[in-house]
Design a protein around this ligand. Structure first.
Ligand SMILES: [Ca+2]
Ligand SMILES: [Ca+2]
Ligand SMILES: [Ca+2]
Length: 253
C-alpha cells in the first residue's frame, strides 16, 4: 500500500499541523514499494510513482493527488499503469517539466528474465489526465538499454524536458560511471553534444563513480534559439578516485 499525508507549515515556519493523513494512494493487490514524489513540488497537486507487484512481475504505476483533499485525481483510482512490460521495472523517479507533463524514469529488466540486468527507461504523462504524452512509446522509451547493467536513475525537470542521471556499468561492474542524458518533452534526445545512451559525467572515469544525484541549476539558462527558459543541471556523485588512503587503496571521495 502507498499512503500519503499533507503537512501544513505556517509561513513563519514556527508551527505545523497535519491537514489530512493516512489517505491511501493505492490499495491494489500485491506489494507496492519504493514510492517517489515528482519534483519540484510547486503545484497544488502531487504526482506519486512507485513499483507495483499487482501483476506477474514488477511494473511502474503513478497517481496524481489533490494536495487539499488527498483524493486521487487520475483514473483508475488504484493508479495509472506507466510501464507493464515483461520482467521487472523498479525504483522509479519523476519530475515535472513546464509544458504540462511529468517525466518518469526507472530501472527496466525487460531484456533479462532473471531481472539482474536493467536498462534505464522513461516516459511522459500528461498532468491533466495521466494519459501517455504524444511522441512517447507505450511502456517507455529507452534512455540507455545496452548489454550492461544500469541502476539508480535520478531526474530533474526543466522548461523543455528533463535531465536523467544513473549509474552505468558499460565499462564493467568494477569501473562504474555516472551517465547523464537530457531528454526533451517530446521524447527526443536534446540536440548539441547530447547523444544516444547518455554522456559520461566524470572526468576521472577510473575506477568507480556511483550514486549520482541531479538538480536544476538556474545559474545557466540556454536553449538553441533562446525561445524558452531552460536551466542547466548540477550532478553530484560518489567517486572512488585513485587517491590512496592510509592503507594504499583507492578511497571514496
Ligand atoms: Ca497492495
Ligand atoms: Ca513488468
Ligand atoms: Ca568509472
Amino acid at each position: 500500500m502507498i499512503v500519503a499525508l499533507a503537512w501544513f507549515v505556517a509561513p513563519a515556519g514556527a508551527v505545523g499541523q497535519v491537514e489530512w493523513k493516512d489517505r491511501y494512494v493505492t490499495i491494489a493487490g500485491g506489494d507496492q514499494k519504493n514510492p517517489s514524489v515528482a519534483m519540484p513540488s510547486n503545484e497544488d497537486f502531487t504526482i506519486i510513482v512507485w513499483q507495483d507487484g499487482r501483476g506477474n512481475d514488477l511494473d511502474i504505476y503513478a497517481q496524481k493527488i489533490d494536495n487539499v483533499t488527498g483524493i486521487a485525481l487520475w483514473w483508475p483510482p488504484d493508479g495509472v499503469p506507466v510501464c507493464t512490460a515483461e520482467n521487472d521495472q523498479r525504483n522509479p523517479r519523476a519530475a515535472y517539466d513546464t509544458l504540462g507533463g511529468v517525466i518518469i524514469t526507472w530501472e527496466d529488466c525487460r531484456e533479462d528474465p532473471t531481472n539482474a540486468m536493467a536498462g534505464i527507461y522513461a516516459t511522459r504523462l500528461l498532468v491533466t489526465s495521466g494519459a501517455l504524452s504524444p511522441g512517447w512509446q507505450p511502456d517507455g522509451d529507452a534512455i540507455c538499454a545496452g548489454s550492461w547493467n544500469c541502476s539508480r536513475p535520478r531526474i530533474a525537470g526543466n522548461g523543455e524536458g528533463a535531465y536523467i542521471v544513473w549509474t552505468d556499468e558499460r565499462q564493467g561492474s568494477d569501473n562504474r560511471d555516472v551517465y547523464l542524458q537530457y531528454i526533451l518533452s517530446d521524447g527526443r534526445v536534446a540536440p548539441g553534444r547530447w547523444q544516444a545512451g547518455g554522456i559520461c559525467v566524470p572526468a576521472n572515469a577510473d575506477p568507480d563513480q556511483i550514486n549520482g544525484e541531479v538538480a536544476r541549476d538556474h545559474a545557466w539558462q540556454w536553449n538553441d534559439d533562446l525561445s524558452a527558459y531552460v536551466c542547466g543541471a548540477v550532478v553530484a556523485y560518489q567517486d572512488k578516485r585513485n587517491v590512496s588512503s592510509s592503507n594504499g587503496e583507492p578511497c571514496w571521495n
